[in-house]
Each structure stands twice: as C-alpha cells, then as structure tokens.
Design a protein around this ligand. Structure first.
Ligand SMILES: [Zn+2]
Length: 309
C-alpha cells in the first residue's frame, strides 16, 4: 500500500511467485477493512459527475443537469462515488497516544495579540472562542472550549489524471489543524475524504459534500471517543474553520464565477464558518455558504449560471 502498487501489479505478484502463498487482492482488501474498523460508503453519481445522488437528490432517477439516466437497464447505478467517513478516523487519532499528544498543539498555542504565527491567531478563530455552539441550549458550550476539540480545514482542486487532460477529478481533503504546522500537511496526516470522479467539473459540488456535511454537523454536537492521554471516554468535537484552494476551486465551493472570486479574494478576508457554513445547503438556490469580510455575503448564483460562465 505504501508503495502505491496498482491492483493489476498486485495481482501479477501471485503469478510471478506462485509458491509465496500470497493472499488475493480481495482477501487483502477484506483484511484491511477489518483492521480499519470502517469502510467507504458508496453513493451513485451522474455519469458526467454533475451531481451525487445523495441528500435532496437521493431519490432522483436522472441527473437534474444533463438528464442522463442514473441507472443501467439492469437497475445498477452507472457510476459510483466512494466516500470515506471522517468520524472513525478522528476517533482513531484520539485513541492513539502519539496522535493525541500531537493534537494538543492547538490547545498549547499561545496567542499574542498583533502577532500572526498560525491560523489560531486569526480573528475568525479568536472570535469562535467566545461563541456558543448553536443547538445546545440546555448544555451550552463554546467552540474549542475543550483542549481536544479539533480544528479542520478543507481543500479541493481539480486535476487531470491522464495525459490527454480531457478529464478532471476533484479530491476533497481535510487538514487537521490541531497538529503542529510542520507536520499537518504531510501526506500521512491528510484526511482524504473522497474524490469526485469526473470526467467533468461537478455541476453541484455541494451534493458531493453532502455526506461530509452530515458528519460535520454530528461532530459539532459531539461524538463519543476515547482519549488515549486521560484513558477516558469523552465527547469529541471537530469544527471546520476554513477552506482554501485556487481560484477555480474557491469558485466551485462558493458557487461563484471565478472572476468574482478573484476580486473578492483580493479585497476580502475569507473566513469560513464552523460547520454552520452549510446549515442551509439545499435547495441549490438557497445555499448560504460563507461570510466574506468586510464585504457582505455576495449574491449567490445557480449552478446553471456557473456552467454558462
Ligand atoms: Zn449529469
């Protein structure tokens, strides 16, 4: 796995070394799933990757954009979108003493007013520290009031996996900002959530983020987890505090034309929402994604208008 062998190469090993007793790829995959304790969740998506048939689209039988059928004649979906759950991975990190210690970086970070050393010195994070998490009126608590609360960042970018460059994929990646800056962007600490398979740019990126949003809303209210340092169960909270990407990626996330994003990024500080950003995701035209400061939230445009751009 560490050497990124393709499925094809792996299966050829058994033929090259018939007496090695090597397990089949299917067996190895089952064993990895068993050791991991969780597995990807499979959704169906449009054959042209316009939408994921999740959330408000889950009952549709054809794509709302290109009108391609969702299913083959035999009733099977024409295309899949695999989503790898985040919650079990954050729980596993908290239960691992080495990871848990590293993730205390955020709590140990000392903020000096007027000095910008990390994302935790920013005004958005600092204001969250004095903000009560909505939805818990009986037992109110502030964002990041527990040293184990996790700050997450989201990134996406389109890339062309093949030489002809006529197909694009869009990986969705989370970064754990509780880790020290020198390691948080290392590959082994990046949390790959899913990859929008392509071949085209998603028409409704929100629909591919639907499973992630559901998990973020759960994480905002707390998930039971084991703390390897105190050796006790606790309520693990995680909040999405920022998103970043190049101009086309931000245009996708913000549902704006790239030209508008370019102007706004120049003149405004982008600040994202703890998971409140996605509170009213659907229907499409009612998405309220993020605040822009000092400008007001820009006028949001429909995916159809984006595609005409
Ligand atoms: Zn479509």
């Amino acid at each position: 796995m560490e050497d990124h062998l393709s499925d094809h190469t792996f299966s050829r090993f058994a033929k090259a070394f018939p007496n090695s007793g090597q397990d089949t790829l299917k067996t190895v995959k089952k064993r990895v799933q068993s050791l991991a304790g969780f597995q990807p969740v499979r959704y169906s998506c449009c054959i042209n990757s316009c939408v994921c048939f999740a959330g408000p689209y889950k009952d549709l039988t054809e794509c709302p954009n290109c009108k391609e059928s969702r299913f083959k004649a035999n009733g099977q979906p024409r295309k899949h979108y695999d989503y790898i759950p985040v919650i079990p991975r954050l729980q596993a990190m908290s239960a691992n003493s080495e990871h848990a210690k590293k993730m205390r970086y955020r709590a140990n970070h000392v903020h000096t007013p007027g000095t910008m050393k990390d994302v935790f010195d920013g005004s958005h994070y600092q204001s969250l520290l004095n903000t009560i998490v909505p939805g818990e009126e009986d037992n109110p608590f502030f964002y990041f009031s527990d040293e184990r609360d996790i700050a997450l960042g989201l990134s996406t970018d389109g890339f062309t996996p093949f030489k002809k460059r006529d197909k694009t994929c869009w990986p969705i990646i989370l970064f754990n900002y509780n880790l020290p800056p020198e390691i948080r962007f290392q590959k082994k600490y990046c949390i790959h959530v899913a990859t929008v398979p392509g071949p085209k740019k998603p028409w409704d990126w929100d629909s591919f983020c639907w499973p992630l949003i559901q998990e973020l809303l759960q994480l905002e209210q707390g998930i039971k987890a084991f703390d390897a340092i105190s050796q006790r169960l606790f309520l693990l909270h995680a909040y999405l505090i920022l998103a970043f990407g190049d101009i086309p990626a931000m245009a996708l996330i913000m549902r704006m034309r790239a030209k508008m994003v370019f102007g706004l990024v120049e003149f405004a500080t982008l600040k994202l929402f703890a998971s409140t950003l996605v509170r009213t995701m659907y229907p499409c035209d009612e998405t309220r994604f993020l605040e822009l400061h000092p400008l007001d939230t820009p006028h949001l445009i429909s995916p159809s208008a984006l595609m005409r751009d």
